[in-house]
Design a protein around this ligand. Structure first.
Ligand code: FDA
Length: 504
């Protein structure tokens, strides 16, 4: 190492990373967070920090020359995406062979780009997915702690019923009801009071101005406003941005050395450095943390890592689909970008589905009802390291998503039948396609709890090396995952600080 040593390093600034940093800082441990993306706090030429979805510019996308929006077409036309200058933008789409994964880049990780839906999983399913975790402790203690610190709040039901901005959700609810399906309100980290003031013209519009996947300029309680602000407030935590960790090795005294590349926002290398630490926490997300450990194992840098590193990955059963409504059933030209309702059919014994009713804020009437379905797909992928490129690839084939498509299809076929409606085939690329089965928002697994790590995220084979993010969850959790990632990180870091850090 070049002499720069810190007691604890946390890689990444997403949910798991932010929890670890806050609790380490509170425990008095000097902690450095290392984030490959930028800090999103200064406005661009248009006066805003983030661009909206209808006019994306370079800030929207992580180093591409064209945006890669999830809904890539309209009437099969490539009207959505834009040519841009490659830049350290906020949303990345990592394209593996047969699966693409959307992730956030910047201080706050996925919280910068996500829909803010803050859902505690059904307890029975949590127990099925993570049987080694004490569920009572999670539901009594760590889920409430996560919800409170993330500032999860609930929509005013009276306002929901009357506002034009949620007409799309009410239309979908009615149609689900005709098929005998129930819906549930979904809590969020978007400040619903702010949204009401947006609607009343009393606050600057964000959710009501098509902002979400490329960042929200107002209203959303992203991690930089919650966990990370509190972490910095301890005075013990600092963050380095535009710093990407490429390699991890261990020195004879047991400390870890990170090789880091610093870039400018246009991708030009500024410096290559090494930082060493005693405690190392991996919070780079399912893709980021898994790649770092796979590389360490396959290059021989950390040879004792388990064969489980890279295994147990899944897209949380994510399938997107859209229905075409009748001309007399408009969904509204005004749509909030923040979802408020989910169709809850998770207790269906053959095809469990939890489908968020997603907006399609196009600024004009589309008659589209859009959904992100979370299904229970038992298929799992495996990450493998490609020595030639030094990158990891994902062993996951399109047909592995068939159980997920089948489950989504059985639910939406019911809704279509009950309403005499059909699917939209024009939104997911240039070919006829009614189910988007080739991308996901919820990558989970790769460093599964109790397999690649012990039951608290301690990496097997190494001391003082920890996983703290979504890679611990084995591929599925049945709801939008960030509350679970946060709560699990809270549980693990409490144990680690008590037993490993405070003790030393
Ligand atoms: P996360 O991905 O948040 O953070 C990892 C961080 O590490 C990133 O900032 C990354 O840049 C950084 N990093 C990676 N590799 C690095 C390296 N080598 N060096 C330095 N830094 C590195 N979930 C939910 O519950 N409700 C919702 O409504 C939504 N909606 C949604 C929409 C969209 C568009 C997306 C993309 C995702 C969602 N999600 C979601 C998913 C949710 O955002 C996701 O599950 C969490 O952000 C994952 O948290 P982690 O802590 O695992 O990593």
């Amino acid at each position: 190492a070049d002499g720069s040593f810190v007691p604890a390093v946390v890689i990444g600034t997403g949910y798991g990373a932010a929890v670890a940093a806050l609790r380490l800082g509170e425990a008095g441990v000097e902690t450095l967070m290392i984030e490959m993306g930028r800090q999103w706090d200064s406005p661009g030429a248009d006066g805003n920090v983030f661009p909206n979805m209808l006019r994306p510019d370079e800030r929207s996308t992580w180093f591409k020359s064209r945006t890669e929006a999830p809904l890539g077409s309209f009437l099969w036309l490539d009207v959505v995406n834009r040519d841009i200058t490659p830049y350290a933008g906020v949303l990345d789409r990592v394209n593996f062979d047969q699966m693409s994964v959307y992730v956030g880049r910047g201080v706050g990780g996925g919280s910068l780009v996500n829909g803010g839906m803050a859902v505690v999983p059904k307890r029975a399913y949590f127990e099925e997915v993570l049987p080694q975790v004490d569920a009572a402790e999670m539901y009594d203690r760590y889920f409430p702690r996560a919800n409170a610190t993330l500032r999860v709040n609930h929509i005013d039901k009276g306002w929901f019923e009357e506002t034009e901005w949620y007409k799309f959700a009410r239309v979908s609810r009615d149609q689900a009801g005709k098929a005998g399906l129930g819906t549930t309100f979904v809590p969020n980290v978007y400040d619903w009071d702010h949204m009401r003031r947006e609607a009343a013209g009393q606050a600057p519009k964000s959710a009501l101005a098509t902002e979400v996947i490329y960042g929200n300029n107002h209203g959303k309680m992203t991690l930089d406003k919650t966990y990370l602000a509190a972490a910095l407030g301890t005075g013990k935590v600092t963050i380095k941005t535009l710093h990407k960790v490429g390699a991890i090795r261990q020195q004879r005294d047991g400390s870890y050395v990170l090789t880091i590349e610093e870039i400018d926002p246009y991708g030009k290398r500024v410096a290559t450095k090494e930082i060493s630490c005693t405690y190392l926490f991996l919070g780079a997300g399912s893709l980021g943390s898994t790649e770092l450990l796979l590389r360490a194992r396959e290059t021989g840098a950390l040879p004792e890592l388990s064969g489980e590193v890279g295994a147990g990955w899944g897209p949380n059963g994510n399938i997107m689909t859209a229905r075409a409504n009748h001309i007399w059933n408009p969904t509204g030209s005004k749509q909030s970008s923040i979802p408020a309702l989910g169709i809850d059919d998770w207790n269906n014994p053959t095809a469990p589905v939890f489908a968020e009713i997603a907006p399609m804020p196009a600024g004009l009437e589309t008659w589209v009802s859009l959904y992100l379905a979370i299904t229970k797909n038992p298929e799992r992928g495996t990450f493998v390291y490609d020595k030639a490129t030094g990158r990891m690839s994902l062993r996951w084939t399109r047909d592995q998503n068939k159980p997920a498509v089948d489950a989504a299809k059985s639910l939406f076929d019911r809704i279509n039948k009950a309403n005499s409606t059909v699917y939209r085939y024009d939104l997911f690329g240039p070919r006829l396609k009614n189910f988007a089965d080739d991308f996901c928002y919820h990558p989970l697994g790769g460093l599964v709890l109790g397999k690649a790590t012990d039951h608290y995220g301690r990496v097997s084979g190494y001391k003082n090396l920890y996983v703290t993010d979504g890679s611990l969850i084995p591929g599925s959790i049945g709801v939008n995952p960030f509350v679970t990632i946060t709560a699990l990180a809270e549980r693990n870091i409490e144990r680690v600080i008590k037993q490993d850090v405070a003790a030393s």
